[in-house]
Design a binder for this molecule. Structure first.
Ligand code: UD1
Ligand code: CA
Length: 476
């Protein structure tokens, strides 16, 4: 149910200088989703009446991702006055003027927060009737974060940024996670009073905490239940660390659901992937984007699946696949490359050194060795001999190959598309098939073999081959 007294502001306008990237920081991804996407996914769960995202740096890139995936978020543009305080000012101005509920401020670069942590923060804030409640954590290494400064009675007094901190203040290990709830009217008043007199010349949102306390307003800090949930991503090392923590959580989640993950450290599962009980994941395996794996399937080792659908009891090993659908009980690999549009029927096989693209392969059909199958429709019970190739491209256009049920091709058949092979047809080894083959016909295109007796001894006298041939003939 929508919480009419709750507005969420997500800060995503910063430049992210420390990433040293062309891409805006909040669009860097972990678990297959941009940092800001994780924040918005969590925010969405709170059912706030308003969700605003403040943008500025590379705003068009950020906005296009948000518009597609989080259309409910209202975009607010920050002007050229820098700082988190300015970002919240412009966001507040964009809320209805009479909004007097709670404002939850989230940072677009703090991706590991969970909705339950935010619910607990809101509860604590409301129970204590606080003016502001911030999320804090004790970090072994607090470098880079704002520090929570408490007075002798342990009451929060203010937040000091790393760059403005004295050595004593910098020694404090309780950090500000950049996540806060404020009562809207008090936030409005005190945001109007912050200034840019600090090391970075910015309007700091964090200064509001000190101002509220100076006005004798109650401010509380709530320790995060899980330190990792407060991790902020400012550089690539922190990006990798956040990605690792997220992956660990996702792996645990699937293990609890009955998935065997042999080596969690080398198994990467994106947030959107879905795995059924009794799936087994072998080491060095990446299960990415919206991949779905059905019960009993075994995937890996050394496999990467992007947006794939793997059927029950299928086995996929040492394979690179994208947008492929693998039927129940089918086997894939080792060393298979499945490109978008590959559909393998139940019980089918795509074997070693096979590349497929835009290919529908029917139930029980096999492409076991060394083949390229592109732009093809293949019926049931088909066997493509080793090295069968669909020649689908004539340098200008792509053409389709259609293969009926129970067709068997000889090794090294080249199917020059567009071409059709009727049900039950066969091709001879090495056939180059340029014309349609009727159902039940055998297509041969290789000239009959001719043996020229004694050719080697006559033309290659003195070679090992000639000597071996002579020995073999004398033994006959
Ligand atoms: C901020 C906090 C710090 C806290 C840390 C937690 C301030 C002044 N400091 O520091 O106390 O420990 O987060 O991770 O708030 N942003 C804007 N507009 C701007 C500047 C930043 O929207 O003008 C956004 C950024 O895109 C980012 C977030 O605000 O998502 C935080 O900004 P960042 O520059 O990373 O602040 P920190 O130095 O990490
Ligand atoms: Ca940050």
């Amino acid at each position: 149910m929508t919480q009419n007294n709750l507005a969420i502001i997500v800060l995503a306008a910063g430049q992210g200088t420390r990433m040293k990237s062309r891409r805006p920081k909040v669009l860097h991804e972990i678990g297959g989703r941009p940092l800001v996407g994780h924040v918005l996914t969590t925010a969405r769960a709170l059912e706030a009446a308003h969700i605003e995202v403040v943008v500025r740096h590379e705003r068009d890139q950020v906005v296009s991702v948000l518009a597609e995936q989080y259309p409910e978020a209202v975009i607010v543009d920050q002007d050229d006055i820098p700082g988190t305080g300015r970002a919240v000012q412009v966001a507040l101005d964009a809320l209805p003027a009479d909004f007097d509920g709670d404002v939850l401020v989230l940072s677009g670069d703090v991706p590991l927060l969970e909705a339950d942590t935010l619910r607990a923060l809101l509860d604590a804030h409301r129970t204590a009737s606080a003016a502001a409640t911030l999320l804090s954590a004790h970090l072994d290494d607090p470098t880079g974060y704002g520090r929570v400064i408490r007075n002798a009675d342990g009451i929060v007094e203010r937040i000091i940024e790393q760059k403005d901190a004295s050595p004593d203040e910098a020694a404090v290990t309780e950090i500000n996670a950049g996540v806060y709830v404020f009562r809207a009217p008090l936030l409005r008043t005190h945001l109007g009073r912050i200034d840019q007199n600090n090391a970075q010349g910015e309007l700091y949102l964090t200064d509001v905490i000190g101002l509220l306390r100076a006005a004798a307003e109650p401010v509380a800090a709530q320790l995060a239940p899980d330190v990792a949930s407060t991790f902020g991503v400012n550089d690539r090392a922190q990006l990798a660390e956040a990605g690792r923590v997220l992956n660990q959580r996702i792996v645990r989640r699937w293990q609890r659901e009955g998935v065997t993950v042999v080596d969690p450290a080398t198994t990467w599962i994106d947030d959107d992937a879905v795995l059924a009980p009794d799936v087994t994941i072998l080491p060095n395996t990446h299960i990415l984007r919206a991949t779905v794996i059905a019960s009993g399937a075994t995937v890996g080792p050394d496999t990467s699946l992007v947006d794939c659908e793997i059927g029950e009891d299928a086995v996929v090993r040492r394979t690179d696949a994208q947008l492929a659908v693998i039927g129940a009980g089918a086997t894939v690999g080792p060393f298979s490359f499945l490109r978008p549009g590959t559909v393998l029927g139940a019980g089918g096989k795509i074997g070693a050194y096979v590349e497929t693209k835009n290919a529908q392969i029917g139930e029980g059909s096999k492409v076991p060795h060394l083949s390229y199958v592109g732009d093809a429709t293949i019926g049931r019970g088909v066997n493509l001999g080793a090295g069968t190739i669909t020649a689908n491209y004539d340098d200008v256009n792509k053409h389709r190959t259609e293969i009926g049920d129970e067709v068997h091709t000889g090794s090294h058949t080249v199917l020059v598309a567009p071409v059709r092979l009727g049900a039950g047809a066969k091709t001879g080894a090495g056939a180059v098939v340029r014309k349609d083959v009727p159902a039940g016909a055998l297509a041969m295109s290789v000239a009959p073999q001719r043996n020229i007796e004694g050719w080697v001894e006559k033309n290659r006298a003195g070679t090992g081959a000639a000597d071996a041939a002579a020995r073999a003939r004398s033994a006959e």
